[in-house]
Design a protein around this ligand. Structure first.
Ligand SMILES: C[S@@+](CC[C@H](N)C(=O)[O-])C[C@H]1O[C@@H](n2cnc3c(N)ncnc32)[C@H](O)[C@@H]1O
Length: 293
């Protein structure tokens, strides 16, 4: 698609020039797997030079020393998971604990899934679902490499789970147009792609919400900016289900971001939009929804 048309569209959301510049100058991040090693011990034994962040399990790789992190012994031993910073923050927003029963509706390759297991300290129950059989091996590879012991893997259509009220927490990291990542996002951008995928996202959010116990919380996230895939999907649930309400997206740490779009209602300020210029990382949307008791 034309870069000019993409930039016009992008500028309806954010400062397109800053966003574009940040597309080309993203930092690399990873998360230390505390199921295997503490962040302190990791820094003692690893020669990867990093900048610490306020969340102590996440690190930014020193920008002067770029290398292929997926080829390091730290990666092969499952001590680290290379992950964008907003992706790391998503599991913090879900905030799972040792006694939770958690569902990750679209789990492969397992970046957030393995982080959730880590936050649960390998206790409780964690179900990782994925539709596509060809993507299951990547999820199993993550499970084995990161030593995840509290999980079950399922292969189902996330828009038709039929798992009523079983889970205390649910993550729906939905399939999306993924315009938050990649410098050449405009080459993939088509004006009507978001409306097309939005219908699937709405069905998946209904199905994921149905799987949530009363009193439970669900995090809905995408790595794209289009409101049709974000606020509109959440609004569709809130308008149809009286028990659903928005909660503040809280990382537990101070990281730059913007509120959700208030054109959908003031409560959408509780949602979070991260653009590439905020964290020099991927663009993301997150909403946290509670099901009333
Ligand atoms: C954004 S990716 C998930 C990334 C993953 N949460 C992570 O952090 O590593 C979306 C995933 O949804 C899967 N997917 C697509 N349609 C689905 C459906 N109907 N039900 C379940 N998963 C689906 C895709 O195969 C893809 O793996």
């Amino acid at each position: 698609m034309e870069k000019k048309a993409f930039l016009e569209w992008l500028s309806s959301y954010t400062q397109a020039d800053q966003c574009l510049e940040a597309f080309y100058s993203q930092n690399d991040f990873f998360r230390v797997n505390t199921l295997k090693i503490s962040p302190k011990k990791f820094r003692e034994i690893s020669k990867i030079t990093v900048k610490p962040l306020s969340y102590d399990a996440a690190f930014q790789i020193d920008e002067n020393k770029r290398f292929e992190i997926g080829k390091t012994w730290e990666y092969f031993l499952g001590l680290i998971y290379p992950q964008s910073l907003p992706s790391i923050l998503t599991s913090l927003v879900l905030n799972p604990n040792k006694s939770d029963i958690v569902l990750d509706v679209a789990a492969s390759p397992g970046s957030k899934f393995s982080h959730i297991a880590m936050l649960m300290e390998n206790k409780g129950i964690l179900v990782g679902n994925e539709l596509k059989e060809e993507k299951i091996s990547a999820l199993y590879a993550t499970i084995n490499r990161m030593n995840i012991l509290n999980c079950i893997v399922t292969i189902r259509d996330g828009s038709r789970l039929d798992w009523r009220s079983r889970f205390s927490k649910v993550l729906l990291d939905a399939p999306c147009t993924a315009l938050g990542s990649g410098a050449a996002a405009w080459e993939r951008w088509q004006p009507d792609n978001s409306s097309k995928i939005s219908a699937l996202q709405k069905r998946m959010l209904f199905s994921a919400y149905d799987a949530l116990k009363p009193g439970g919380t669900i995090v809905y996230s995408t790595c794209t900016y289009a409101k049709e895939e974000n606020e509109e999907v959440v609004k569709n649930l809130l308008d149809s289900v009286p028990s659903a309400s928005l909660e503040n997206v809280d990382f537990g740490f101070d990281f730059a971001h913007e509120h959700g779009l208030s054109e959908y209602g003031n409560e959408f300020r509780k949602c979070c939009r991260v653009y590439p210029q905020h964290l020099r990382s991927e663009g993301f949307f997150m909403a946290k929804i509670r099901k009333a008791e």
